[in-house]
Design a protein around this ligand. Structure first.
Ligand SMILES: Cc1ncc(C[n+]2csc(CCOP(=O)(O)OP(=O)(O)O)c2C)c(N)n1
Ligand SMILES: [Mg+2]
Length: 325
């Protein structure tokens, strides 16, 4: 069997997929307030990249960040409770879907402002360099983000200072409702711009978890050994709309169908069965993930909302909310 893909990694992708399918269903029932952005179809990037990180490495993502937090080990229970606004939410119910953060698991946040987290990733990498800790930072963002100034500033500074950071552009070919090709003068939003910063042009099939693992693994190893940053462009597609409220009708049906055939879970299944794994074993793993997420949602919906006593905690770094109000 290909050592880059094993049953644990398949199980991880099933967890990410069924967590989000459940979140989508709950959103449709009106049980999640505020926007929800699903990365269904993009799981191979989150799972593959997280699988090459050390527990003390850093990662950051966008509002499409559930999978990135879960892939680093954030408990599904606490993430789903956050989405549902129930007690036990990973950010105490104050963040919601777009701001999932788990510092404890090295996931330094989901950011709703496009590009805002790239300079933060550079800061984390710089701090790791000063401490000589050997930690690597991996920063995920979309294709549309490459048109934001912060992208260019962050990649430039990381390249000049040769910081231990890996930028991963999840190119799903759309920025909200706009095809990326309409708003960039090059074909590949990240890869075609990498040489401008002295970086290699790196493209990976983002729906092939083994390929993501290999390419991001190489970039992470280079960063850790002092060879500086990388900019990786991973090609993928979101199966659903920009947010759960968007039907995605602006995308040609044949394009959606073509990418559905390239679904990362289907691709992983094909690779595993070709390597001799019984399909019933894979069904069992996926069925388990699906039923566990349904059970989790039922349990969380039985919980009360947070009681409000923690509303002012964690608001200021020194905790001094009393004298500020
Ligand atoms: C600074 C800023 N400008 C505009 C927006 C509105 N906005 C939200 S998502 C989005 C598109 C981002 O596309 P991309 O980077 O490709 O990420 P994807 O949603 O495809 O994962 C935009 C423009 C924003 N959140 N922040
Ligand atoms: Mg995009």
């Amino acid at each position: 069997m290909d050592v880059l893909l094993d049953l644990d990694l398949f199980a991880q992708m099933c967890l990410l997929r069924h967590f989000e399918e459940r979140a989508d269903a709950l959103y449709r029932q009106g049980l999640i307030h505020g926007p929800v952005h699903l990365g269904i179809g993009q799981e191979a990037i989150a799972a593959g990249a997280a699988s090459v990180l050390r527990p003390d490495d850093y990662s950051l993502g966008t509002y499409r960040g559930h999978a990135h937090a879960l892939a680093r080990g954030a408990p599904p229970d606490a993430v789903l409770a956050e989405l549902l606004g129930r007690a036990g939410g990973i950010c105490g119910g104050k963040g919601g879907s777009m701001h999932i953060t788990s510092v404890e698991h090295g996931y330094y946040g989901s950011y709703a402002i496009i590009g805002a987290h790239l300079p933060i990733a550079v800061g984390l990498a710089w701090a790791a360099r000063i401490r000589r800790s050997g930690q690597v930072t991996v920063c995920f963002f979309g294709d549309g983000t490459t048109n934001i100034g912060a992208f260019h500033e962050a990649v430039n500074l990381a390249a000049v200072w040769r910081l231990p950071v890996v930028f991963v552009c999840e190119n799903n070919w759309y920025m909200e409702y706009t095809p990326i090709a309409e708003v960039i003068p090059v074909a590949l939003p990240a890869a075609d711009r990498a040489p401008a910063y002295g970086l290699d042009k790196i493209v990976v099939d983002g729906n092939d978890v083994a390929a993501v693992r290999e390419v991001v693994g190489t970039a992470v190893a280079a960063a850790r050994s002092g060879q500086g940053p990388s900019l990786v462009e991973a090609h993928t597609y979101r199966h659903k709309g920009h947010s759960a409220a968007d039907g995605g009708a602006y995308r040609p049906a044949e394009e959606v169908a073509r990418w559905r055939e390239q679904d990362p879970l289907l691709r992983a299944r094909a690779a595993l069965t070709a390597a001799g794994v019984d399909a019933t074993k894979l069904d069992e793993i996926e069925g388990k993930a699906k039923s566990e997420m349904a059970d989790l949602a039922r349990q969380i919906l039985d919980r009360p909302p947070p009681d409000g006593s923690g509303a002012w905690t964690d608001v200021w770094s020194d905790g001094s909310w009393q004298w500020r109000n």
